[in-house]
Write a protein that binds this ligand. Structure first.
Ligand code: NAG
Ligand code: NAG
Ligand code: NAG
Ligand code: NAG
Length: 194
């Protein structure tokens, strides 16, 4: 049995270690806007471990208690894996799992964002981390869409086959689309389950 002091040190280390990479969080303002990702009955809390069968289908998206909601705005959300094929050796980073554009706040709920009339999207591919690759940070980022109407997202992979989703450069994609740094985000951890 581990002495409890050792055990809590391990816990603390893993909490510090498991975070959204800094390069993506520079524009976050966690006090005014938060992205809420919900898989079925599972509302994702930052860094929680989810089982692969919970994340098989795409989640719903909402904005948390946000003081800067604008029903006229449109938003973009991407889901990436910066730990592909593993966090120790992320040679396939970022793996692009999902893109939604033209997200807007539903007037009936004020905070639930949806893309019923999306003009562009990149299909959801559920996490499938390879055996022995450890926990992956499946990361969601929320961007302001530069234009409300007629916005066509550029710089997506040519098709949504798994092999085309590797090496997605978020910085280059932001430049091509004129995007400001992500405003909010969240992530969960998942790993190979056998
Ligand atoms: C905001 O939240 C993200 C995700 O939990 C975290 O990585 C980041 O450090 C937070 N930023 C601030 C300024 O608290
Ligand atoms: C958002 O709205 C959709 C469609 O009505 C619903 O299925 C989903 O549960 C809602 N999500 C949240 C987080 O309220
Ligand atoms: C959906 O988008 C199309 C193309 O942008 C637009 O013409 C149409 O009015 C939209 N429909 C709704 C219900 O918002
Ligand atoms: C990603 O794109 C940025 C901006 O275009 C560039 O500076 C950087 O070198 C690229 N990173 C990789 C790994 O290609």
């Amino acid at each position: 049995m581990l002495p409890s002091v050792v055990f809590s040190t391990i816990l603390l280390t893993s909490v510090v270690w498991a975070q959204i990479p800094d390069q993506f969080t520079s524009g976050f303002n966690n006090n005014t806007i938060s992205l809420v990702v919900t898989y079925g009955a599972n509302k994702v809390t930052d860094g929680e471990k989810l089982s692969l069968n919970v994340v098989k289908s795409s989640p719903t998206l909402a904005l948390g208690d946000s003081s800067s909601l604008n029903t006229n705005s449109r938003y973009i959300v991407i889901m990436i894996d910066p730990d592909a094929p593993s966090r120790a050796n992320p040679t396939a980073a970022n793996f692009l799992h999902w893109v939604k554009t033209d997200l807007r706040i539903r007037s009936s709920t004020a905070t639930n964002i949806t893309a019923d009339n999306a003009t562009a999207a990149f299909s959801y591919l559920s996490p499938a981390p390879v055996q022995g690759s450890g926990p992956h940070r499946y990361t969601f980022l929320l961007f302001d869409q530069p234009r409300r109407d007629g916005f066509v997202l550029q710089g997506l992979p040519a098709n949504d086959l798994p092999a085309s989703r590797v090496g997605f450069n978020v910085s280059a994609w932001m430049v091509v689309n004129g995007l400001a740094p992500a405003k909010a985000g969240t992530y969960f951890l998942a790993e190979f389950e056998g």
